[in-house]
Design a protein around this ligand. Sequence first.
Ligand code: GAL
Length: 638
Amino acid sequence: MQRTLGTCYYPEHWPEEIWHKDATRMAELGLTWVRIGEFSWSRIEPTPGELNWTWLDRAIDTLVSAGLKIVLGTPTATPARWMADRYPDMFAVDQDGKLRGFGSRRHYCFSHEGYRTECRRIVTLIAERYGRGSRIAAWQTDNEYGCHDTVLSYSSAARAAFTRWLEARYDSDIAALNHAWGNVFWSMDYERFDQICLPNLTVTEPNPAHVQAFRRFSSDQVVTFNRDQVEILRAHSDAPIAHNYMGRVTDFDHYKVGNDLEIASWDSYPLGFLEDRVGASAENQRRYARQGDPDFQAFHHDLYRAVGHGRWWVMEQQPGPVNWAPYNPAPLPGMVRFWTWEAFAHGAEAVCYFRWRQAPFAQEQLHAGLLRPDSAEAPAFSEAQQVAEELINAPAVAPSQAPVALIFDYDAEWAWQVQPHGQGLSYFDLVLEHYRALRRAGLSVDIVPPTLRHFDGYSLILAPGLMHLEDGLRTALAAAESQVLYGPRTGARDADFNIPTDPLPPALADLDICIAAVESLRPDMPVPLAEGKGAVTGYLETLDGPAEGLIHAENGPRVAVAANKSVYCAGWLDSAGLDHLIATLCTRAGLATRRMPAGIRVRQTGTEEFWFNHLDEPVETEVGVLPPAGVLRRPLAG
Ligand code: GAL
């Protein structure tokens, strides 16, 4: 499959007279894909039941005639205003009980049956009209599930659906639920399922088992909402179906949604993310202000490659300043090209720029596009053009396996949120920090789901922080030939959020240890490691049992232990500590590492090696001097 480019276009935003010119310019620029339609419900169905397809028919004809391939989005992220009149209770409700009403987007609750019926109806109509033939080359369901905190809803529709979900999970046996959750504590026993409220507006913290169940339920609602659309589209079309996920939106299990789709895609806004959700230090925010974090995009590329079972795209690529972060600087010249190549280096099939033309109206007036509002070229245009030219002689997408597997588990992310034990302790950050350390050691990484059962070909597997370790994964990891890193907190809770007491955790594979005690640490009380090799920060466990100490605290106790091919790390290590841990693991695994200069990252596919300079100054590397925003691509021998 060739690597391709595309853009996001809103014909309904522009006079019809300019569609043809736009389409021609897109094709001349070298774009293959154009995504349309995902916010157009009010123009397709201006009043209930009165459908207006003609403009969309003409838009599709114009784009297809110019040689472009269409990704058609279902419009369910933006129900028209009349829908709110029809279903005044269709909105999500936030944790404080406030309605999240009309006037922007994503204004619906995933559990509202009436709205779900409307979604099935509009998707059926769209699929019937456009599904046959080859005019639609791919589909996108909805838009960015979970963006703007829209998965968790405390509405009455959600409560009713949660009751049904719990009844199914606990086989209609309320005593089983009471026992599993430990409801005897604080007299929280229930007599019937319909007495169970959603876990908000309690006096103090609700039962963690209750909250974790609600998190799992909420995720399942997204999965079935998406599946409804997929089943309809599949019945009418052979084109592949994608969804565009977001960066660091973790409120639903993307692997489960991805299992129903052919392609995973995501929306990559490196500068917006740096300001808004990376959690970078002030120093790194400044250092990478025009380039973006060196690992955050790559992490998502690798994550969504797993979600898409190998097939993934960037559906929206930042082309210039965005409008939504606290500060919105312009990218360094060359960064739009850089981000595009970075995605291809991680196996993307396509990168689409958001958006074709900057809109002079409504919420995103200050969001750049490939064109300015007056249709003149914006700075990203020539960078996209450069990539299009470079792609002519570039090799096709080549599937490859990295030497390291890093497990990312959405269930663990929710468990840490439900019970972080210390302020700011986040599973996402823990996994990202391990990922960063692997990349600082020059390694390419596959992020893999906790449902993986065969680890052939990996020299090293990392499973940090996996709060609930399912038996199937536990067995698969024990059987793997690779070195495996567990902890901290791996296997610390059972499926119902209780501490396993028989045997004490983690009892992992070859490791004959148990966790005797846990503590969280203030930011100003790091525990230094022996020989100045970094420190434990934030979280620390005390280990019992005979396993050999691999890393010790300066004052003596074991922080990491090893037996055969298993390693357990009992603390949250700072970056120096993680570098030391990864180096130790790689030595045990026989994996060669190379120390990357600050801001430099390398990624290998089966056939190519890519070097990226994320700094705004030239950097000397073993492959030569990389200029600011520099990308070096070279074929791999053999
Ligand atoms: C994405 C979204 C787009 C647009 C863009 C702006 O999250 O899918 O519709 O709003 O952000 O950066």
